[in-house]
Structures are given as C-alpha cells and as structure tokens.
Design a protein around this ligand. Sequence first.
Ligand code: UN1
Length: 492
Amino acid sequence: MDYKNFIGGKWVEAISGKRFTKINPANKEEIIGTFPYSGKEDVDKAVESAKKAFGSWSKVPVPKRGEILGKVGDILSKRKKELAEIETREMGKVLKETEGDVQEGIDTAYYAFGEGRRFFGETVASELRNKVCLTFKRPIGVAGLIAPWNFPMAIPCWKVIPALLSGNTVVFKPSREAPFTSTKLVEILIEAGVPDNVINLIHGPGTVVGEAMCTHPDVGIISFTGSVETGRRISEIAGKGLKRVSLELGGKNGQIVLNDANLDLALEGVVWGAFGTTGQRCTATSRLILEKGIHDKFIDRVVDRAKKIKIGNGLDKSNEMGPLISEKQREKVHKYVEIGEKEGANLVIGGNFYTEGECNKGFFYEPTIFTNVSPRMRIAVEEIFGPVLSVFKVNDLDEAIDVINGTNYGLSSSIYTQDVNKALTAIDTIEAGITYVNGPTIGAECHLPFGGVKNTGNGHREGGWTVYDIFTEIQTVYIDYSGKLQRAQIDA
Ligand code: UN1
C-alpha cells in the first residue's frame, strides 16, 4: 500500500514523487507500506498550510479545542487493539506494550480535554492602586514536531495534542521507522474534527525534512525526541532563527539495589526496565548498580530470569521481547557488545543475534548482561538502545550515587531500598529528571513532567502541565483603572 503526506487538507505525494519502503522488523519480507520521501519544497507547502490556518484555529475557544482532542481519545480507545497490532507490525514491540503505548496516547488526549477547561493564567497584585495585573497563555504559531519510532503513538500524541490545544497549528514529521502509526493518528485527528491545514503530516528523512522545518522562518517552535547528535544539530540551526526548541535526547539510566532491598521486587523491576521494548526506550534500564552484599546472589537471579525471556514476533502473546528496529541498530548493539568484551567486562549471557525458527527473518537479539563493568568503560556511559545491561558492584550508597551520576545523561533513575533515609538521600543527590523509588526506570505517566538533565535535554519538560509552557507564550497584561498616569517604581 502506498501512503501519502497530509498537507493543506489533502493526502498528497511528495513533489519529487520519491518514496521509501517500511518493513516489519520481526520479518523483513513483510512490507508495511511505502511513504513519500519528501523534500524541502514539501516542507514549504506544509508550513504555508499551517500558517494559513493559525488565525482561525488560535481563535477557537480553548475548551472547544479540548473537546476535539477529547474525541481523539474516544477514537483511540475504540480502536486500541487494532492500532496496537499496527504498531507491533511496524516497530516490533510486543502487543502488551503497544497497547500501553496507545493507552498513553488516550491518557494524553483526555488530559488535554480537561486542560482545555483550566487553561490558567495568573493574577497578581500591582504595586500601584487601582491597577490589576494578569497573564494569558498564547499560542506560538506553527509548531514543527519531530517524533521518534519507539513510542509511535504515545510520543506523537505528547507533542501534537498539547501543541493543538494551545492553539498552534502543526507540521508533524514522524520517524521513517514509524510512518504508518503516524498516518493512522493523523486520520484520527481529522475524524475527530481538527480542521484542514491545522494538522500537516510530512514523511521523509530528518536530514532534509527536519532541517527544512528547523530553518523555516515561519516555524516558531521545534519539539524533538531522539539522539544527542541530532538534538545538537537542531539546537544549532533552529537557535540561529531564535526559535523555541524543546529536546529530549535519551539516557543511560541506572537502577540501584541496596543490601536491604526487597529483591523479588528489584528483580521484576530490572527485567522489565532493561529488556522491555528490547531496551529501546530512552528510559530503559541500561545500568544495574548493586551493593556488594547482594551482588552475587542477585546477579544469579537476574541471569536466570533473563535466560527465560521468550523472544519472538510481538504479535504472538506468549512472547515477551520483540526484535530491534533495524539491521543497522542490531549491528550497533553488537558492536557495543564487542567493545564491552574488549574493555574487559564479563559477558555473562547473550551477546548474539537471536535466529531461532522464524526469528531468522527479523532483527532479534539476545538479552545480554555484562558484569564487572567499571564506570569509565564505554558500555558504562554510552547509550546503546538495545537489550544490554551493564552491572556494577559498589561498596555503599555513596559509591552507587557516584556511579549513577557518572554519565553525561540524566533522564531516569531508580533505587530499591526499604530504608527511607537512604531513599531520600538518593532523591536529593541523583542527577536525573525522573527518580523512582522501588520501581524500575520506565513507566512515566502522561500527566507528570517528563525529561532530563545534562545532555538528556535542554531544560524543558514535555508531559503533564509543563508541556503547556513549551507550546505557549506568556502575555502579561496591566490594566489601570485609576484614571491618571501612575508611574511604576516612581509614584508611591
Ligand atoms: C521513552 O523512553 O522513549 O516511561 C519514552 C516510559 C514511557 C515513555 C518512555 N511511558 O517508559
């Protein structure tokens, strides 16, 4: 099937007529579809369309925009199963997880529905008599949204829905690894009543389409989730045009387990955090930091459990872990395994392509665990984005915190302990945007701020109420009803 861009209220080809093909990572013989390989001239059309719609969309009352987005939640809810299957075929993670991914889209839509009736500004006292001061949240204009493939419904919803509720119009570029789910989302936005030109979908390569979005003078804000390298590039080129830029750029998240922890709980946590989504989450647990008293016995249990993970096509409900997204990603993961071995870490399980039965048709990889990892090794600090867990042995909480803080990332973090003093010390000293106590590093809820410190981002938090700070400008208003000139700072 050949899918199209959605620009100016119509489904259209790329002007060049070029296309790319998307395959199923669990079975490379299965083609999901072909999609337009767009260029700069298509971006120009999409931005022109979005710009045209801004005047009318930004004047629709916020609660009315909220109602349309609430309908998006209704449609997603009705079609949850079907959409989860589409996602699993498109990017490989197992059905239970893709259902969760659609649910995160639903939650985001319903949150926006509610937020439409509480789009608060603030009032504050004036220093002068007979004068009121207040603020309004105003839309920015055209929002350029660039989404990754690992949460093909949730992350586009995190961006598109608050951008629209805030009154912006949208040019949305999905990843080339998740064009089909994004197409379905745009169909649903249209069905729910988002007017023509307000939402524009453009497929194609980041280096061309993304760049053109980031440099277009009529785009006011760019929101991007992806790699540090691309984030830097976006910051540079969009910053030059003084655009607002919101970046979420991955992590190297650690789970600490102290001697006093409930080990059954910590075990379930690390297996879910490290191998869920085949390790392809920015929040994935890629480091396990164990206090020495429990190190040996806990590792045995983790290895034992990881060996039992059932690998295969995510459409089969008995499977627990699907493929990696592409051959290129599998090679990258494998390269890191070789690096880890060369650095002297101890490979306890995994480290190979997984090719049993039908899996030889896809990009499967074994759950992989390294012990004896030291904090300066590359596998200790670089994001791998695969099912590879690096394990550290530490003497105490202080050393655990040094290890967890020893990377340039700072997205998610976790500590398992029954000691409230240690938990609070960890909360105070861990450098991360998100910290879990007695829970894994994954599992963020849509109504809380999401994002990280250091190279994980540039200070913004999508999700929750804070995403509305990203997608709005503040207008400050002073109303003087004294009937005379009152000079601030001068007239007492
Ligand atoms: C990501 O890791 O890319 O917290 C997003 C989680 C999900 C979102 C993750 N709710 O794991």
